[in-house]
Design a protein around this ligand. Sequence first.
Ligand code: KG4
Length: 333
Amino acid sequence: MIILGIESSCDETAVSIVKDKKEILASIVASQIDVHKEFGGVVPEVASRIHVENISYCIEQAFSQANMTMDDIDAIAVTKGPGLIGCLHVGVQAAKTLAFAYHKPLVPVHHLAGHIYANELVVDLEFPVLALVVSGGNSELVYMKDETSFEILGQTQDDAIGEAYDKVARVLNLGYPGGPKIDKLARQGKPVYALAKPKTQGKYDFSFSGLKSSVLQFVKRQERLNQTYDMADLAASFQETALNEIFDKVKAVLNDYPDIKHFVVGGGVSANSRLREKIEELKPKYPNVTFTVPPMSCCTDNANMIAVAGEIAYKAGRRADASLTADSSWEIQ
Ligand code: KG4
């Protein structure tokens, strides 16, 4: 099957054409990072306006890259939610227009399912799957007994991990998006500073807001006392505490659910080099589990993953008509 995927849930306008869940025939991503970094984060109204400006051109570019026309497309998959509502609407309206004009099936896709199914680009998932979704808007542990069932075992009780990376980077004046910058800086430091260890009620839930405040308080205290500190050590201390919070919960689930066959990760933070090292460290402890990380190009938002998730949803019978609308808080379960 050849699927046209459209993604516009946050600050990337992305359009892809993917064949049989594995072959990327075209992948266009128009990132708005340069605009939003002036503000230290995504400005929703600005983001949706830029999506409007970019979407037609991205679609045109995708067809040109694949050397195809709408006649070659079997179905159109689009992110319905969750995300920024004004942004989502742009992708949904574009997908609906194409589906109506060219009489193509329209498939709504959940953004997190997209992040999970980015892994299908490199390997076939073996069920039951444990998926860790770590991005700017999400931190979730999802148990999938089969291709279309998603059970949230744990999730953040406050900030998403990517949001915490971005906010800590702002405290350290590193710029936006903070994740890649902290990742790089932390490699030159050691996790020597003791920061607040997150506490949660749910056994598999996460929390990052206290940790973020702990970094801020540390910086303020050092400034008040006129004492210097090592930025790289602070970045490493934050990163290690945040990732330990994630991996403590991952291990708890893997221990409690011995039926899990495959562990996958998705979302922007899955590009993190220390997170990838920690996955390597985990592998020998769970020899019956296959561990997969998506290709770097498919970690942050893209439409390849939406096309792949779209093919799976299409084959499971999911369709939408002209009444399809965006849903900023669409539940995955
Ligand atoms: O998946 P994504 O593009 O957007 C959402 O769906 O939220 O993720 C963006 C997030 C940002 O918070 C960014 O700082 C973070 O992913 N990120 C990273 C890295 N690369 C991107 N965080 C940690 N380390 C990285 N290397």
